[in-house]
Each structure stands twice: as structure tokens, then as C-alpha cells.
Design a protein around this ligand. Structure first.
Ligand code: CA
Length: 675
């Protein structure tokens, strides 16, 4: 997420912030708040909001400092007056206010209201609204069993023994289907994924069939909880937004449903989307943004327990490590309980297979460890990863932050490798900067750090790393490798701007090389939708509210760049067929990966040896030439099979090679293997 409201995003590089010393000043100022809240009772049960059982409809809100609390019942999701209001009663042991009504309140809406310091605050839907009215201002009471698609009880995501076996595809619902030539009927909707057999004008597969053809294992959906920025009452003229402005964490976004006025429809349709992907063998990872809320003073958190859920400064203003106006306080027990119960809810109710935490370092490592532990208990195949940085400074001490540099303290959590990202293509914030794959020397050691998934390796000198100076990962399962995502320039735009003197053929070669490094490296590969068909965003790097004309995938490009698509497909096939690219321990990587000595700029040559991780191949040799000149490399004499050469890749072999001198073409990978 980088749609921040101020300039702090510019310094969102983790290394800058993790070495900052400003946080101590904040931490001192925060002490008064901590004292005020540290002895409050907390509540970790998952029945806050409204639950329905044979006793009736029970409303619960945690608000231990409130003087009174009430719930208002409405017939409508917006407008009108409450037809009934009930006073809630406090349980001082838990801090929970509750009331049970025996009336039939099915399909009604409700809000809570809290009295603090003698004053009734504004009404709020609360933080545990699981169904909401249009635009999410009121919670809705619905029969959840009516939202389950046929066969839902049998629905399961793919089984995954190790996150490194995943191939992650980051996707925005609207980008993926909205283009007029997508061939999809339900454009911009969750249920676009239910459409099989869709084709572009040129007869290429689109939508879910495209995903199956490409071979990815998991779709990572951009924010799909109910967010604030898109007006759900004006669907035909909807604005575009990434959705990093959370409103209701436990209900889906209404604009992705066919009828946001019907609280059940967004829930049912999101489940149908999950099931369609599961039926295709594809897992669903949700992008979750618990680090800040869209609103500050008027948010459901502030209106439930003022000051509690956020980190604030001594003057009462919001601390802002998110760059979006506020930051939540995961180190406070009830916020921690909220995050844990919320992800568990998505895993159980929606069968979600993984979670990507936005600005994860705003959260503390203890919370993240508990998140991973509780999710693994539900389903061992669920995995968690996140951005191991913040977008601004925080009162949370650096050693407690879920930073990438602290990932060794988080056993079942992975972080994005900005090391490999910037080393391959050039720095993210400097559009013209080039990287290893685009002809700039000096990034070789950092690319190697990426190849070994930031684990300790005897041949790597971490002091030469561009972003990180030590082996911060204790396992390849802690690293997500990528060259681009929704943030910043697409890979295509980055290549167009930084390789301005090259022609498109060379840029495509560089794109192939860049992703070859990602997909053959240890760790888990991650790609951004449309890169496989050379998607651009017309040079717009922060397209969080840009129109469809910038963000939509133009499916006609699939025919135009079919060679690139085929390359991605073959690359994914290669990775999935060969466990050597998916080692599970740092020890295996240190033992099996051997770098060849070379002092050539923009050249890396290494072998994966010893039938690594049970691979049928005894040795795989990879040579990456990121320069604009071809490079002569000497290879040991043996019966090699050529797997990748001159912009082609095939796991079954492109030909044979007996060793000796070989010319590796500009911006290309040469990959050979022997049994
Ligand atoms: Ca919304």
C-alpha cells in the first residue's frame, strides 16, 4: 500500500525507518495512554456484534470505560429512524455490554451508541459488523446459512506443505475483468470468477480460465473487506480505488457485489468467488489492512472505545506510521484480539487460504506470531506474509515491530524482499534507475541475496547488500520474491522508462530475465496481474484512484504478447516441476547452492547441486546475463539438457549441450540441467 496522504511514503524503505531513533521520543509520550489502558479487562471470544441463537438476538460491544451503551434497531441500511432502542448491560469482568432481544429482528439493521464523559457519542456499526447495509454505516442482521453456495461445506482450498510451493498472483477484482474486451459479463464483480469459457476479442482465454492456463497456485486479492472510498449507492458511476481505506474489516466490499443494498449478496458472492477459485485448484489470499482505518475521529474503533485502538501522541493527535492519518495499536490486548479473531473469521466463514498484511511492521511480532499460530491450527495450509516495513515512524519500539529485519523472530511469517525487487529492476522510487536485469552493474551481490532468500550463505558478502546488511531470514519460507506489485510502476512501465534507449524487444527480454530470477530463486514467487501480457499503467506509479483506463487489464495484449505469456507459463511449469527451486531450509540452501566465481558486471552464474530437495536433476546451472552485450561463459563438460536459452524456456528440454564455451545472449537466462 502506498496510497498515503503525505510524503512519508517516499521514505517507506524499511531500512531507513528501522534505523531511525525518533521512536523513543514517541514512546515516552505514549506512556500515559498505556497506563490508562493496561489494566482494563479484555475479551477474546468471537461473539461481539450480533449473534443469533435460541435465546434470541444478542448484541455485544466491548467498551469497559463507557458509562452507558445502547443499540438502535432500524428497518433500513441507511436513512430513517430506529424503531427500537435497547440499553445494554455491562459485565465488569469482561468489559462487554450486552442485551438479548426475543423479538424477531431478522433482516433488520443496528448501530451501537456509547456514553463517555457524560456525552453520547455518534452511533456506530461497531467493529464486529459481519454484514452491513449500503456504504457500511449500519450493521445488518442476516441468516448466514443463506449465504453459502451449493457444496460450500465440502469446499476446500489447495493443500500446501510449504509456502515456497505457492505461486502467488496479485489481483484487483476490477482491474481483472472491467476492460470491454475481457469477454466477462459481471465486470468488476466478485462473481466474474464464476465465468468459464470467456475469451478476448482475439480468442485468448480470459478470467479464471486464464489463471488456470497460466498455472499460478494462489490469487492474492487486493482489499476485499468493506472499504470507504467507493460510493456503493452510485454503482454505474463507480470510482476506482485499491481499497486501502478500511471501514468494516469483517464484511466484504459492497461495490464488488451485484447488489450492495442487500447485505447478504456481497457475502454470498464473495463466497462464490472463493469456491470458483477453489474448484479450479487455486487458493485465495486476502490483503488485510489492520494497520490503520479510513477515518480517525469518526471511526467505529474511536466510537467504540475512544483512544484505545490507536497509538496517539502526547497532545492527543494520532500517531501516523501508516501515512494515512492514524495507526492502530496491535500491542494493546483488545486490538490484538480483534486482529486474531478477524483473520480466524475470514478463514472459517470464507475459507480464505492466506493473508497478506499491509504495513505489517506497524504490528508487533507477538501479534503476528499469534495470528500465524491460530490460523495454522484452523488449517495448516494457511500462510501469512506482509510488508516488513512502515510508511512513517511509530511509537512501537523497533525491536517489537514486525519488520523484515525481525522476521527471524516470526517463524511462520514471510516478508516481501525489497532486496531482490530493487536489485533486479532498479530502485522503486527512482523511475529511471536500472537494475541487474536492465544493464546496471553493482547489484550482483544483492541479487544473490535474493537467490538464497536472505538466508546465511558462505559465499555471500552481506556488507555489499543494497538494502539489508545481514542475513535476516532464518528460512526461505520467510521470503516473498517479486519485482513488482500494485505499488509503484508496473514492470512494463519501469522497463519503458528506465530502458528508454532500448527497443521493445529488448525490454521484453529484460522482463523475461527479471521474472526468471524471481521464479528460480529460493523463497516464494509473487507476481502482479497482467505482467504476463506486458501490462502497463501508462507510467502512473500510484494508481490507487486512477480510472479504469489506467488500471484495467487490456486482454487484447494477450494475443499481442503471446510469446511473453508462454514464457511465464513455462517458467511456472518449471518451478512447479522442480523442488530444487523450492528448498525449505536455510541449511539446504547453504549446502546445495554454489555460486561460480565471476567478476563480470551484470553476470551471475550458480548451480543448485545434490538433487536438492529431492529433485530428479542432480545439478541445475543458471547463468543470468543482465547486460546489453552477450557474454561468453565456460561450462563444465557434461551431458547437459538446455532448459532455458535466448528467451525460451522448456522444462522438458530445448536441446543438448556438452559443455565448454557458450554465448549467453543480452538480457537473458541460460539454464541447463543434468541428471
Ligand atoms: Ca464500501
Amino acid at each position: 500500500m502506498r496510497n498515503v496522504k503525505n510524503n512519508l511514503a517516499i521514505i517507506a524503505s524499511s531500512i531507513l525507518l528501522s534505523t531511525s531513533s525518533i521512536s523513543f521520543v514517541y514512546a515516552q509520550n505514549d506512556i500515559n495512554q498505556i497506563r490508562k489502558f493496561e489494566n482494563l479487562p479484555t475479551y477474546d471470544k468471537a461473539d461481539l456484534g450480533c449473534t443469533i441463537d435460541n435465546r434470541g438476538y444478542t448484541f455485544k460491544i466491548w467498551s469497559p470505560l463507557a458509562e452507558a451503551a445502547r443499540v438502535h434497531i432500524y428497518n433500513q441500511g441507511r436513512g430513517g429512524k430506529p424503531f427500537e432502542s435497547y440499553n445494554l448491560h455491562l459485565d465488569p469482568v469482561t468489559g462487554v455490554w450486552a442485551y438479548t432481544s426475543q423479538k424477531d429482528l431478522m433482516n433488520k439493521f443496528y448501530t451501537f451508541q456509547i456514553k463517555v464523559d457524560g456525552k453520547w457519542l455518534d452511533e456506530t456499526q461497531g467493529i464486529w459488523a459481519k454484514a452491513v447495509g449500503v456504504n457500511g454505516d449500519r450493521a445488518a442482521i442476516i441468516d448466514f446459512s443463506s449465504t453459502n453456495p451449493i457444496g460450500w461445506e465440502m469446499d476446500k482450498g489447495p493443500k500446501l506443505e510449504s509456502i515456497t510451493d505457492a505461486v502467488i498472483y496479485e489481483m484487483h477484482h476490477r482491474d481483472f475483468s472491467i476492460h470491454p474486451n475481457s469477454g466477462i459479463v459481471n465486470k468488476g464483480k466478485f462473481i466474474a470468477m464464476l465465468e468459464n469459457g470467456t475469451l478476448s476479442v482475439n480468442g485468448e482465454k480470459t478470467g479464471i480460465d486464464h489463471l488456470k492456463e497460466l498455472g499460478i497456485t494462489h490469487v492474492h486479492i487486493l482489499p476485499s473487506y468493506d472499504y470507504n472510498s467507493v460510493d456503493e449507492t452510485q454503482l454505474p458511476s463507480n470510482n476506482y480505488n485499491w481499497g486501502y481505506d478500511p471501514l468494516n474489516y469483517n464484511a466484504p466490499e459492497g461495490s464488488y457485489s451485484t447488489n450492495p443494498n442487500d447485505p447478504a449478496s456481497r457475502i454470498r458472492e464473495m463466497k462464490e468467488m472463493v469456491k470458483a477459485l477453489h474448484d479450479a485448484g487455486i487458493g485465495v489470499i486476502m490483503d488485510v489492512v489492520y494497520n490503520h482505518t479510513a477515518m480517525s475521529d469518526g471511526s467505529s474503533f474511536e466510537l467504540s472505545v475512544p483512544d484505545y485502538y490507536y497509538r496517539k501522541k502526547a497532545d492527543g493527535s494520532f500517531s501516523d506510521a501508516s501515512g494515512c492519518g492514524n495507526e492502530t495499536a496491535s500491542d494493546r490486548q483488545q486490538m490484538r484480539n480483534f486482529i486474531i479473531n478477524s483473520v480466524k473469521y475470514w478463514a472459517n466463514e470464507y475459507h480464505i487460504d492466506g493473508f497478506r498484511f499491509d504495513l505489517m511492521a506497524i504490528h508487533d511480532t507477538e501479534t503476528m506470531n499469534q495470528v500465524a499460530k491460530e490460523l495454522k491450527a484452523i488449517n495448516p495450509s494457511i500462510f501469512v506474509y506482509g510488508e516488513g516495513w512502515t510508511a512513517g515512524d511509530s511509537p512501537l519500539p523497533i525491536e517489537k515491530r514486525a519488520l523484515k529485519e525481525n522476521v527471524s523472530k516470526m517463524q511462520n511469517i514471510a516478508v516481501f524482499s525489497d532486496d531482490i525487487r530493487d536489485a533486479i529492476k532498479g530502485h522503486y522510487s527512482n523511475a529511471k534507475d536500472r537494475g541487474f536485469a536492465t544493464g546496471k552493474a553493482g547489484n550482483e551481490e544483492t541479487v544473490k541475496i535474493g537467490i538464497v532468500a536472505s538466508t546465511a550463505h558462505p559465499q555471500i558478502d552481506y556488507s555489499k547488500g543494497n538494502n539489508s546488511k545481514f542475513a535476516y531470514a532464518s528460512s526461505p519460507q520467510q521470503i516473498i520474491n517479486y519485482v513488482s506489485c500494485h505499488d509503484d510502476l508496473t514492470l512494463t512501465d519501469k522497463l519503458n522508462i528506465s530502458m528508454e534507449k532500448a527497443d521493445e524487444a529488448d525490454r521484453i527480454k529484460a522482463a523475461k530475465l527479471a521474472q526468471t530470477i524471481v521464479f528460480t530463486s529460493q523463497g516464494t514467487p509473487f507476481m502482479f496481474t497482467g505482467e504476463e501480457i506486458f501490462r502497463n499503467k501508462k507510467g502512473i506509479h500510484n494508481s490507487y484512484k486512477s480510472p479504469d483506463s489506467i488500471n484495467a487489464i487490456d486482454w487484447n495484449q494477450k494475443a499481442q504478447y503471446k510469446d511473453l505469456f508462454n514464457y511465464y507459463q513455462n517458467l511456472i511449469t518449471l518451478r512447479k516441476a522442480h523442488p530444487a527451486f523450492r528448498m525449505r531450509t536455510a541449511e539446504d540452501i547453504a549446502k546445495n547452492i554454489v555460486f561460480d566465481k565471476t567478476s563480470e558486471p551484470n553476470l551471475i552464474s550458480y548451480s543448485i547441486k545434490n538433487h536438492a530437495n529431492g529433485d530428479q536433476w542432480k545439478e541445475i546451472k543458471l547463468v543470468f546475463n543482465g547486460s546489453s552485450e552477450s557474454k561468453k561463459v565456460k561450462i563444465q563438460k557434461a551431458r547437459w539438457i538446455i532448459i532455458g536459452q535466448d528467451g525460451l524456456i522448456n522444462k522438458d528440454g530445448l536441446g543438448e549441450f556438452k559443455g565448454g564455451d557458450v554465448n549467453v545472449a543480452p538480457y537473458s537466462a541460460f539454464i541447463i540441467a543434468k541428471e
